[in-house]
Write a protein that binds this ligand. Structure first.
Ligand code: MG
Length: 434
């Protein structure tokens, strides 16, 4: 049984995510949506899965267009004119993984309802083989990375700063270094050769994985460092001194610049947003697709996640790492990164996780709400787990999706208060466990 998560289908390549699965996903979306444009990141299993998916689309009479290696936002921006789009990628996962993520013509990721429709089609094998002379037409195009770069140039304009870009050997290597140079930057590129072995670093742009970039930026006297994940829907940065600037800080920086009507962030995002901004802050389930849907629903003008995904809806509904990089560069042209970050409050966060017996999951879910109610929070929201808001801090209680653990996050303006909230909430969580 195949199931989509918030990031589409994901698993070990050629073990979980096999050509037969890609073939059937192709048949299902070909039958439901017609013509499909397909991109992939440079993973070694990418071509195998992309070809299988395209074959499935053709087999039910849809047209399949092979867009070659594209970042996720490059492909998502190119779906207009097709029934839907597919990217073969496992995003920030290591090289042995791969996956399939589906996109709408307006650049939005498939909603939960759309993914469930595809799942039902896969379960029921709900498609009809086309007659031999009615199989779909196959095309290729190689212009999507160029179109992506042009769109970014139109949106952002010029900036002459020295920037070091670490593409992690991923799919952004044909977008970000070029577009920043076209903007007028002096660009030094690291790991800009696409290579599915990811020989430069792991695809996830964490502080630990970016040692080379953190060294290179101050050593070269550059103004800024930029890093992406494997498929380019994420962007993080390094300041002129070589300090890591994570997605949480960038989210706050962009929000301050861009959010005028409303800001959308997931439930685990900092309360610094509420303190530093004068716009309504809407919180969603964790996952960029939920952020995008809420931006559309609320008419908000910016949203993103602390993991480093940023959505600028005036440009595209897909989290676009290269666009975020260009916007950050244009900000750094005005003032050094350190000055921008000085305006953003940073509050202490305490995190922990509490294990429970896997078999007790349903019981834990049932008893958690009443146990947390005894804490008398000002507000409890349950869009994703339980978020307890207090006047001077908050806590989030979520069951991990991958292991039998309850994750507790607490934040306050003072360290002692964050710890106190964390400990009280953890105590209540333990009472809810059998
Ligand atoms: Mg990604």
């Amino acid at each position: 049984m195949v199931r989509f998560g918030s990031s589409g289908i994901r698993g070990l390549a050629n073990v979980d995510v096999i050509p037969e699965l890609a073939l059937d996903v192709g048949r299902a979306i070909g039958a439901l949506y017609g013509d499909v444009v397909v991109g992939r990141d440079p993973r070694l299993s990418g071509r195998m899965l992309s070809y299988a998916l395209q074959a499935g689309v053709l087999a039910v009479g849809g047209g399949a267009c092979d867009a070659g290696i594209t970042s996720t936002p490059t492909l998502a921006r190119g779906v207009g004119g097709y029934g839907c789009g597919a990217v073969i990628t496992a995003s920030h996962n290591p090289g042995e993984y791969n996956g399939i993520k589906l996109w709408n013509p307006d650049g939005m990721a498939f909603s939960t309802e759309q993914q469930e429709e595809v799942e039902r089609s896969l379960d029921a094998r709900d498609w009809k083989a086309a007659r031999w002379d009615e199989t779909g037409r196959h095309t290729e195009r190689a212009d999507l990375p160029g179109r992506h770069r042009e769109a970014i140039l139109r949106a952002v304009g010029s900036a002459e700063v020295h920037v070091v870009v670490d593409c992690g050997c991923g799919a952004t290597a044909n977008v970000t270094p070029y577009v920043l140079r076209e903007m007028g930057c002096k660009v030094t590129a690291l790991n800009a050769q696409m290579d599915g072995h990811f020989p430069g670093r792991e695809p996830e742009p964490t502080e630990a994985n970016l040692a080379a970039l953190r060294t290179a930026v101050p050593a070269l006297g550059a103004d800024l460092g930029i890093a992406h994940d494997g498929d380019g829907d994420r962007m993080v940065a390094v300041d002129e001194k070589g300090a890591f600037v994570g997605g949480d800080k960038l989210l706050a920086l962009f929000a301050k610049q861009r959010a005028r009507r409303g800001l959308v962030v997931p439930v685990d995002a900092s309360m610094a947003f509420d303190d530093a901004l004068d716009v309504p802050v809407y919180r969603t389930r964790v996952g960029d697709v939920y952020v995008a849907q809420e931006i559309k629903r609320r008419g908000a003008d910016f949203g993103g996640e602390p993991s480093g995904t940023f959505i600028f809806p005036s440009e595209t509904m897909c989290p676009d790492g290269p666009l975020a990089a260009a916007i950050l560069v244009s900000l750094v042209k005005e003032r050094p990164m350190k000055q921008w970050l000085a305006e953003i409050p940073a509050y202490p966060i305490v995190r922990s996780s509490i294990p429970f017996e896997a078999a007790a999951r349903t019981a834990v879910l049932g008893s958690m709400g009443p146990a947390l109610a005894t804490l008398h929070a000002d507000e409890v929201t349950t869009v994703d787990g339980w978020r307890l808001a207090f006047s001077d801090g908050w806590a989030l209680v979520r069951l991990s999706g991958t292991e039998p653990r309850v994750r507790v996050t607490a934040e306050a303006r003072e360290v002692a208060r964050a710890k106190e909230i964390h400990d009280r909430v953890s105590e209540a969580v333990r009472r809810a466990l059998p």
